[in-house]
Design a protein around this ligand. Structure first.
Ligand code: DC
Length: 254
């Protein structure tokens, strides 16, 4: 691109989990006088479709930042559970989401200074997250935090509505799916590996309930963006899935 068409602009942004405002440089397009968009790759899909692992590996491979948006809903759910809030108190839960004292550091997640990386991965927290994620005020409260992760040199993010609502102008949108039996099996192995007790039948039922709730809710339901690349990983391993996304990046000239 013609360098003369750009000038350096400045902006303040609040980094995730920090109440402090940081100073940063952004490239501005002098013709449109708006910040040049940082590349975003969104990977949406149902629970246990492998999108988190794939997104993380793609981010590593490209040297991009990574945002696990589900972790924000899980952190909100954990905060609500810890505060003993009734799960139908939308206003109080949205207030928690608005002021989430979370920090993502070296692959760990801190909530009000406590390392909750493992706690937010339990099925109880996941199911609660799915319930409170149906509340529009909670989704609104988490939006700015998610958008703030869009920083140079680029962002790979996974979730349910990354390509449809949070980053509708993403450079590449992938919708990852896998057969529910395969997803239940993957989640089962993952839980056992991490030392959590698990029952495959209960897990499958939970996955189906969660898929239904996430897809049928009114606010930002789980669905592929119109311009998403569909990727069924039922018969693919992680390496192959990552490679498919990287191939799609090459096609999109990312
Ligand atoms: O991806 P996950 O299983 O960690 O997400 C937990 C729940 O959070 C999921 O059941 C639905 C909700 N969620 C959402 O509604 N929107 C997102 N972008 C990410 C997660």
């Amino acid at each position: 691109m013609d360098i003369l068409n750009f000038f350096l602009g400045r902006a303040f942004f609040r980094s995730a989990g920090s109440s402090r405002f940081h100073f940063c440089l952004v490239v501005m397009d002098s013709q449109e006088n708006s910040p040049k968009k940082v590349v975003v790759i969104t990977i949406d899909g149902p629970t246990a479709s492998g999108k988190g692992t794939v997104a993380q590996r793609v981010a590593e491979s490209l040297g991009f930042h990574y945002l696990d948006s589900g972790a924000l809903y899980r952190l909100t759910a954990l905060s609500a559970l810890q505060a003993d809030l009734p799960l139908d108190d939308v206003t109080a839960i949205a207030a928690l989401a608005q002021e989430l004292p979370c920090v993502f550091r070296h692959g760990r997640v801190l909530l009000a200074g406590e390392d909750v990386t493992d706690k937010i991965r339990t099925e109880e927290v996941g199911n609660t997250a799915s319930k409170i994620a149906a509340y529009q005020p909670v989704r609104d409260a988490l939006k700015a935090l998610q958008v703030s992760f869009r920083q140079a040199p680029g962002l790979v993010t996974d979730g349910r509505d990354m390509g449809t609502v949070i980053f509708p102008d993403a450079d590449l949108k992938v919708f990852l799916t896998a057969d529910v039996a395969i997803r239940a099996e993957r989640r089962y192995k993952q839980l056992l590996e991490n030392g959590f007790p698990a029952n495959i039948d209960t897990l499958r039922k939970d996955l189906e309930d969660r898929d239904k709730r996430d897809s049928e809710r009114k606010s930002s339901p789980l669905r592929p963006a119109a311009d998403a690349v569909m990727l069924d990983t039922s018969s693919l391993d992680i390496d192959e899935s990552v490679q498919r996304v990287l191939d799609a990046c090459v096609e999109k000239k990312i």
